[in-house]
Write a protein that binds this ligand. Structure first.
Ligand code: SF4
Ligand code: SF4
Length: 114
């Protein structure tokens, strides 16, 4: 392996041998509108839960796409399902349904590593 003189800390690395994309694939199948998310952050900026507690829905999106289900499972509980994020989404994504699907399906898609 080439030595660059620095390393990435363990918490910032993704072990793709452990990557679990099952939950993401299921969500995309059940809510195809989520495919066109451009990570603009509009949902995060307007999020009701984000005003009250430390909650970032764009980060939830990233955790889902990385298969980091353990952290996602605890964090997603902070969403109040108010649907405000959907009002500002430029892609018209049914984010509320995405969140409900995550909550419903995450327990049987957990990985041991994350
Ligand atoms: S507002 Fe819509 S397109 Fe933008 S990050 Fe949120 S879900 Fe994705
Ligand atoms: S539905 Fe959840 S993620 Fe969307 S604005 Fe409401 S609390 Fe935030």
């Amino acid at each position: 392996m080439k030595e660059f003189g620095y390393t990435i800390i363990k918490q910032r690395t993704i072990d793709y041998d452990q990557f679990n994309g099952r939950l993401l694939n299921e969500i995309l199948l059940m809510e195809p509108s989520f495919k066109v998310c451009l990570s603009c952050g509009g949902c995060t900026a307007t999020c009701s839960a984000g005003d009250l507690v430390n909650f970032n829905i764009r980060r939830m999106n990233l955790l889902l796409r990385r298969g980091e289900t353990a952290e996602l499972e605890s964090e997603i509980q902070k969403c109040m399902l108010c649907g405000k994020c959907m009002l500002v989404c430029p892609r018209g994504i049914n984010l509320r349904n995405v969140i409900m699907l995550i909550k419903k399906n995450i327990s049987r898609n957990k990985t041991t590593k994350y």
